[in-house]
Design a protein around this ligand. Structure first.
Ligand code: HEC
Ligand code: HEC
Length: 477
């Protein structure tokens, strides 16, 4: 367990009024021990049903499997971030969030000295980007804008798509496919580079199963809160219903996220996303004139498209299902995190902290509990309390957190209220993983234009021991 002492932040008086005041002199107790926590288990109702459990276990296997370009688990690439879901979603158990070690393929102290990095990435054709470090977090990169002729960010031409870190080029099984990585160094120099870290998926089946009316009623109930907090929903472009997954609530469902992640993170086309994915400019977006992936980088596995399919030769339901279906079922069936009633700080401190969390308005956005709708899938998802600590709305979080990327209805400074369940066991915080200190994460709520400024000010006005109770409560989740 790490302990961190926070020094008083030096803010000017003007900044205090404009933005938020800061927490001071409280201690983040650090990542809560996983002893007895049992993260990553299926819902009890799933364990109790052999067929459902078979689906869950097949999904878990697929989630952790390392994919290859050709061979047994084919389809990886030609561009990718990593070769398996489980590599990025692993803390504290499969389905979780960014680990702090063994992050990307064998990123060690001097990765460039190795001819082949973990057998996955050829360092003769790939370099490890500077922001991928041995101790994490896992970072995905996006360029908010396309570049202008002078190599700067063209703020009139928004990009915002994921720039995959690696290519399969140089691998024996990649044939003549020769691709170059995105220009991360140029993007960094032009201040045109933003990051996202993985969000955990424990309890995500409950989040998926909350009716829009429940979310809208919760929003209505918060109107007139004394903290100046508004809030919107991001909506799915296809059917207009409320979308809820991802840092900007840009994604409608676990199945859709699975299909997208398989293609965007791993380069594996599937029944939801049928084509191998080029980079944004390579695919012609933003008027760049790109013509798509070169012919000799297509169909590398030689099986045709899509690379992941439902199997007509399966012997039972779980072996017939496509990988994307299994990913979605695995995530949907994952039990929510179990909070501690005593650690850290003891039961009294945690319950005072919860009361403070509500009193200073954190709970206006971080709604403690929302009720799920009836589920046809398994009893554990039906009419249940999802203690997610989120309204699933998007809020303006100010200049300090803005990443200038728009996704669906979410603009450059809007983010989904982070669900806080499982927070006690997360290592990195905020959409870009900028800190592993919970107090820094709370203080980041304060900046020009943030809906959370008044709430943060109220928190900062609490006594030091009340602030510590609040932090203990957060780490108990
Ligand atoms: C390279 C690392 C990486 C890999 C590999 C990866 N993810 Fe993720 N995952 C992320 C990041 C980063 C986010 C946040 C994306 C965002 O909103 O910008 C995320 C978010 C998610 C979410 C949204 C959860 C929520 O509540 O918001 C789901 C679901 C998900 N991933 C599923 C998967 C699945 C399934 C796979 C494998 C097919 C996968 N991921 C592979 C990095 C990864
Ligand atoms: C206006 C809505 C709003 C209010 C009020 C608010 N938050 Fe948040 N909170 C957010 C959003 C949105 C994020 C994600 C921001 C990002 O990643 O850029 C977040 C992120 C967090 C995180 C980091 C979680 C993670 O996944 O990394 C913590 C911890 C947190 N909030 C605690 C608090 C506390 C404590 C308070 C009260 C002092 C509070 N929040 C008030 C909206 C809010």
């Amino acid at each position: 367990m790490t302990r961190r002492n926070i020094s008083v932040l030096t803010l000017t008086i003007a900044a205090l009024f404009l933005t938020g005041m800061a927490f001071a002199q409280v201690v983040d107790p650090g990542v809560r021990s996983s002893t007895g926590v049992n993260a990553g288990q299926p819902l009890a109702s799933v364990s109790a049903n052999a067929a459902d459990l078979a689906f869950f276990n097949s999904g878990l296997d697929q989630f952790n499997e390392q994919q290859t370009v050709t061979g047994d688990n084919p389809g990886l690439g030609p561009r990718f971030n990593l070769d398996g879901c489980g590599g990025c979603h692993s803390q504290p158990a499969p389905g979780g969030t960014s680990p702090s070690a063994n992050v990307f393929p064998n990123v060690g102290p001097n990765p460039q000295s190795q001819a082949i990095v973990n057998g996955l990435v050829r360092s003769t054709t790939n370099t490890i980007p500077s922001f991928v470090t041995a101790n994490g977090p896992v970072r995905e990169a996006r360029f908010p804008f396309f570049f202008n002729a002078a190599g700067g960010a063209n703020v009139n031409n928004p990009n915002g798509g994921v720039e995959d870190l690696f290519t399969v080029s140089g691998r024996a099984d990649a044939g003549a496919c020769s691709l170059t990585q995105p220009s991360f160094a140029q993007a960094a120099a032009a201040n045109n580079l933003i990051f996202r870290i993985p969000t955990p998926v424990f309890g995500s089946g409950l989040m998926a199963n909350i009716d829009d009316s429940t979310l809208l009623n919760n929003q209505a109930a918060q109107a007139g809160n004394g903290f100046g907090i508004a809030g919107d929903f991001n909506r799915n472009g296809n059917d207009g219903t409320i979308s809820r997954f991802g840092w900007k609530a840009q994604n409608k469902s676990l199945l859709l996220f699975s299909g997208e992640a398989y293609n965007v993170e791993m380069g594996i086309s599937n029944e939801l996303f049928m084509q191998d994915r080029p980079l944004p400019g390579e695919g012609g977006a933003g008027g760049t004139g790109g013509r798509g992936l070169p012919a000799n980088c297509l169909n590398l596995a030689g099986n045709g498209y899509p690379e992941d399919i439902a199997h007509s030769d399966g012997v039972d339901a779980s072996t017939s299902a496509s990988d994307v279906t299994l990913f979605a079922i695995f995530m949907e069936d994952l039990a929510p995190p179990t909070p501690s009633t005593t650690v850290p700080g003891g039961a009294t401190s945690i319950s005072r902290g919860r009361a403070n969390f509500i009193a200073v308005g954190c709970s206006v956005c971080h709604t403690p509990t929302l009720r799920t709708q009836p589920s046809q899938k398994t009893a554990g998802l039906s009419n249940a309390n999802a203690n997610l600590f989120s309204d699933l709305e998007i809020h303006h979080m100010g200049t300090g957190l803005a990443d200038n990327v728009s996704q669906g209805g979410a603009g450059g400074d809007q983010f989904r209220t982070s669900p806080l369940w499982g927070l006690g066991q997360r290592i990195f915080f905020l959409h870009d993983g900028r800190t592993n200190n919970l107090i820094t994460a709370v203080n980041a709520h304060g900046s020009n234009g943030s809906e959370a400024n008044a709430s943060l000010n109220a928190a900062a006005a609490l006594s030091l021991s009340a602030q510590q109770d609040l932090i203990n409560f957060l780490r108990s989740l």
